[in-house]
Design a protein around this ligand. Structure first.
Ligand code: CP
Ligand code: NVA
Length: 302
């Protein structure tokens, strides 16, 4: 595997290996030990959108593994694909650095970077996918549920990049996912078809959040307004009414663990009370971004 762009491209064995490496590195670092497998290696980190978790956890992961990371804002380089073609940028960067991580609007930006770069390219979120998030989520689910096989996830909200990557992870790793969304915001039919082709009946769509959470081990939500959709905020908030993860919804699933990739909008897709409740595992999720990404960088760059 040269790049990490979509979970859909990865065989289940590779995903399981990455999870095993993540757990091993997590234990190693928890006792103050380290794995300096990337000495002298540099990761270029290109961001077209804001980030707290992704930016900091990738930078810390590179430092932990003995390497370096360079943070690049689009304005520093005249925009991705604006001052020069993406294919030129990919080949130039490949002469300087050992890996490229990018967070972009268009998914085609990252696939083009990967096609022309001779070094590994990592998807750190596009409008279409967020695979590093989904793998950190799966690591967290394994820690809290004991195993992945048969775990039931209810995703309440927008059928967006986070939902899509999680759906592929479910299909590859033996979990079941139901996505509950208002009309017009469902996970696209082609992604559901692909997931179910990998593993029959692994992903389904509903418009009923209460029915979705019954028997769920995990209830997951994400923002109703993803980065780049800010102008639609008012309409989206109206359209998503009734899809909030709140105490009333949780009455139908009192033992479910609650996940959110963060950042969260308290009072919109989820209440403050639910975020702060004992069943919330979202800060473990955030922490596991670091552990999964150490494993990914080690696998791709060492
Ligand atoms: N969950 C996540 O990717 O967070 P950031 O946008 O802060 O990186
Ligand atoms: N769906 C959100 C995820 C943020 C981590 C977005 O794309 O903005």
């Amino acid at each position: 595997m040269k790049d990490f762009l979509s979970i859909n491209d990865c065989p289940p064995e590779l995903l399981k290996e990455l999870l095993r490496i993540s757990s091993r590195l997590k234990s190693l670092y928890s006792v103050g030990s380290n794995d300096l497998c990337l000495p002298g290696k540099t990761l270029a980190m290109l961001f077209e959108k804001p980030s707290l978790r992704t930016r900091i956890s990738f930078q810390v992961a590179m430092t932990d593994l003995g390497g370096n990371a360079i943070y690049v804002k689009p304005e520093d380089i005249g925009g991705i694909g604006k001052r020069e073609p993406i294919k030129d940028m990919a080949r130039v960067l490949s002469r300087y650095v050992d890996g490229i991580m990018a967070r972009t609007f268009e998914h085609s930006t990252i696939t083009e970077l990967a096609a022309f770069a001779t070094v590994p390219v990592i998807n750190a979120l596009t409008d279409w996918l967020h695979p590093c998030q989904a793998m950190a989520d799966v690591l967290t689910i394994g820690e809290h549920c004991g195993e992945l096989e048969g775990v039931k996830i209810a995703f309440i909200g927008d059928g967006n990049n986070v939902a899509r990557s999680l759906a592929f992870a479910c299909a590859k790793l033996g979990m079941k996912m139901v996505v509950a969304s208002p009309a017009g915001y469902e996970l696209d039919a082609e992604s559901i078809r692909k997931a179910n082709e990998i593993s029959a009946d692994s992903v389904r769509q509903t418009s009923d959040p209460t029915q979705a959470v019954v028997d769920a081990d995990i209830i997951y939500t994400d923002t109703w307004v993803s980065m780049g959709q800010e102008e639609e905020k008012q309409k989206r908030c109206a359209d998503f009414a009734g899809f909030q993860v709140n105490a009333e919804l949780l009455k139908s699933a009192p033992r479910a663990k609650i996940m959110h990739c963060l950042p969260a909008n308290r009072g919109l897709e989820i209440t403050d009370e639910v975020i702060e409740s004992p069943n919330s595992i979202m800060f473990d999720q955030a922490e596991n971004r670091l552990h999964f990404q150490r494993a990914l960088l080690k696998k791709l760059m060492s």
